[in-house]
Design a protein around this ligand. Sequence first.
Ligand SMILES: C[S@@+](CC[C@H](N)C(=O)[O-])C[C@H]1O[C@@H](n2cnc3c(N)ncnc32)[C@H](O)[C@@H]1O
Length: 293
Amino acid sequence: MSIFSFPDRGPWGQSSWRGNCTGHVYVELFNRLKPAVFIDPMMGSGTSIEVAKEMSIEAYGLDLHQGFNILRDSIVGRVGKQADLVVSHPPYADMIQYSGKVYGEPHPDDLSRCKDDADFHEKLQIALINQREATKGGGVYGTIIGDYRRNGIYTSYQAEAITRMPSDELLAVLIKQQHNTTSGRQQYAKMQMPFILHEYILLWRKKASPIFHLLGVLANEQAARLRGTWRAVIRNVMIALGGAARLDAIYDQVASGCPEKVKENPNWKAKVRQILNSTGEYTSSERGVWAWA
Ligand SMILES: C[S@@+](CC[C@H](N)C(=O)[O-])C[C@H]1O[C@@H](n2cnc3c(N)ncnc32)[C@H](O)[C@@H]1O
C-alpha cells in the first residue's frame, strides 16, 4: 500500500510534542528498508529514534533543540558515520513554531521560522542535500512533509522538494493520512476544497555520486525544464495565432507575456528563432512567416 493510515501514534515519542509523527510510520519504513543505521536530523520528541532502538537499529537523533543546526552543521560530521536511512520530519508553513515556543529562544535557522515559502524551499533543499551526504551510496534519504493552503493558494512543499532533488534518485512518494489535526476538527462549511489531511513521505535512493555531481545533475534538469517551457510557450503562441504567423507577430505575442527583465535582454528573440528553427516543429514557407511543419 502506498497510503499509510495510523489513527493512533503508538507509545513512541511524546504526544505532547506539537506536530509529532506517529511511530507506526517508522515501523513500516524500517520493516521495508531494513536499515542497520538510521539518522533523524530533526527528531523533535524522538519518536523515530525510540522506534528504531526498539527494533535494534543503531539510531542517531539530532535537533535544533539540542544544538544541531541542519543548515550549518554536517549530519555525517556530527554522527561520525553515514547511515543506511536518513529521514527528517521538518516543520513547514509556520503552522507550529518550535524555537521560542516549544523550547528555548527563537532561532533564525529554525525551519518553522522561515521568511516565506521561497525561503523554506531553499532551506529544505539544503537540509535534504545534507541528509544525502549522510547517506551511504545505495542507502535511502527522505522527508515527511505536507502541503498547505493559505488565502486560497495551495503551496506544494513536496512538489518543490521533488523538483529540487535528482529525479533519478526518487524512490517513492507515499501518502500518510493525518488524524487529529487541529484544522480537521474545525468546521469550514464555505470552503470549496477539502482540508489537507495528508502528508507525504518522500524517499530517494542515493546513487554513489559525490556532492559536486549534484550541481551538474540538478542544473541539467532545470535547464531541460526551461527549454521545455520555451517550446511549450512558442507552441501555444502558434496555436493562438492560428498556426501561421509572421516572426514579428510571434515576437509580439511572446513579449506580451515576458517580464521586463527578459525583454531587456536581446537574446530572447534569438531564443524564439532558435526554437522555430531547430525543433523541426515549424517551417518558414515564405520570408518571415512561420507555420506548422
Ligand atoms: C515536526 S518536528 C519533528 C517531530 C518528530 N517527528 C516527533 O515525532 O516528535 C520538527 C523538528 O525540526 C526541528 N528543526 C527546525 N529547524 C531545524 C534546524 N535548522 N536544524 C535541526 N532541526 C530543526 C525542530 O526543532 C522540531 O523539533
